[in-house]
Design a protein around this ligand. Structure first.
Ligand code: GLU
Length: 313
C-alpha cells in the first residue's frame, strides 16, 4: 500500500480551499502507486474537452484579432511551471492545466483551433510589457485583475477566484499565517500581487524575489527560504507534487480574481472574451475544463466569479 500523505494540520479553512487541497492530495496519492512512479502529470489527453471552433467569426473592431487573423496564429502568454494551472512538459512541449484550457476555449471562440495557438512563457513581472509591445495577443496565467494593472492592460473575466496563501516545509511548525513571518525569509515572484502585499503590509518580512514560483519552491526545499507565498491554487499544486516535503498553511488572506489580459485599448477583444467566457460558463465548457485539470479527482467545481464587464477605456 503506498504511503498516503496526510493533509496539513486542520485549521479553519474555507470549504473551497479544503476541497481543492483534498483533490490535489488525492492526485498525489494516485501518483504514489509504487516507488519511483512518475510525478502527477495531469489528466490524460483524451480526458480534456474539445472546444468547438467558431466558424466565420470576425472581429474587425479589434486590432489584436485582425493581426492574429492575418498571421493565422493566436499568440497566448502564460506560465509553464504551475502544476494543474499552466504546466509545460519539458520532454514533449505539451502544456496542460486550467489556464491552458481557458486559453484554448477563448481561442476557439475567436476562430482559432488549438493547433493555431502559440503559447509563450512570460513571467509575472513581464506581462504588462508583453501585452503592450505586441509580443502576445492575450495572457492567461494566474493573472490577478487589479486597478493598477488596469491602467496598463485590459482584463476580460474574471474566470476564477484564488487567494494568497503560504507554502512551507513539512518540518516547519512556527508559520501558520502572514502574522508569523516577521524576520523570516519569504519568496515570491517579482512583480506579483502576493509579493507587493507582503512588502506593503508585512514590512518585517525578508522578501526574496525570483522570476518564477518553481525557483522559490527549490529554495524552500533547500532551506534557503522559510516560506513561499502566492495564490492557493498555485501553492496547492506544488504541495501535491511533493506532499512528504511541503504543506500549505493557514487560510487565504487576499482575493485574487484571475483575468485574461489583453492590450489596454482593445475593448472589442475584451468584450468578445467576456461574451465567450459567459457562454462557456453557461454551456458547461468551463466546468469540464475545471474537472479535467484542477478538479481531476471528481470534486465539484466552484461557481465561477461574476464577470466584470467594465466600460470601454
Ligand atoms: N495572481 C497573482 C498575480 O497575478 C500571483 C500569481 C502570479 O504571479 O501569476 O500577481
Amino acid at each position: 500500500m503506498p504511503h498516503l500523505p496526510t493533509p496539513p494540520p486542520g485549521r479553519a479553512r474555507p470549504v473551497r480551499l479544503a476541497a481543492l487541497l483534498l483533490v490535489l492530495l488525492a492526485l498525489a496519492a494516485a501518483a504514489c502507486g509504487r516507488p519511483g512512479s512518475p510525478p502527477v502529470k495531469g489528466p490524460r489527453a483524451g480526458d480534456l474537452p474539445a472546444y468547438p471552433v467558431a466558424r466565420g467569426f470576425s472581429l474587425p473592431a479589434s486590432p489584436t484579432w485582425r493581426a492574429a487573423e492575418r498571421r493565422g496564429r493566436l499568440v497566448v502568454g502564460g506560465k509553464e511551471d504551475q502544476p494543474y494551472l499552466g504546466e509545460r512538459d519539458p520532454a514533449t512541449g505539451v502544456r496542460r492545466g486550467f489556464d491552458i484550457e481557458i486559453a484554448k476555449m477563448m481561442a476557439a471562440a475567436l476562430g482559432f483551433p488549438a493547433r493555431a495557438v502559440d503559447f509563450v512563457t512570460i513571467a509575472s513581472a513581464n506581462r504588462e510589457t508583453a501585452l503592450q509591445n505586441g509580443q502576445i495577443d492575450l495572457y492567461v496565467g494566474s493573472y490577478t485583475i487589479n486597478a493598477k494593472r488596469k491602467q496598463q492592460v485590459g482584463f476580460a473575466g474574471p474566470y476564477y477566484m484564488a487567494g494568497q496563501s503560504l507554502l512551507v516545509r513539512r518540518d516547519e511548525h512556527g508559520i501558520h499565517g502572514p502574522q508569523d513571518l516577521a524576520g523570516k525569509r519569504v519568496c515570491s515572484a517579482a512583480g506579483s500581487t502576493p509579493y507587493q502585499r507582503i512588502q506593503a503590509d508585512f514590512p518585517q518580512v525578508v522578501l526574496v524575489a525570483y522570476d518564477t514560483y518553481s525557483a522559490c519552491v527549490d529554495n524552500l526545499l533547500t532551506y534557503q527560504v522559510d516560506a513561499v507565498t502566492t495564490d492557493d491554487a498555485i501553492l496547492l499544486g506544488y504541495a501535491a507534487k511533493a506532499p512528504d516535503q511541503l504543506k500549505v498553511v493557514g487560510r487565504p488572506f487576499s482575493k485574487e480574481p484571475y483575468g485574461i489580459g489583453v492590450p489596454r485599448s482593445d475593448n472589442a477583444l475584451r468584450f468578445a472574451l467576456d461574451d465567450a467566457l459567459a457562454a462557456d460558463e453557461r454551456n458547461g465548457a468551463w466546468r469540464k475544463a475545471y474537472q479535467a485539470t484542477l478538479g481531476v479527482s471528481g470534486m465539484p467545481p466552484p461557481s465561477p466569479p461574476p464577470i466584470d464587464r467594465y466600460p470601454a477605456t
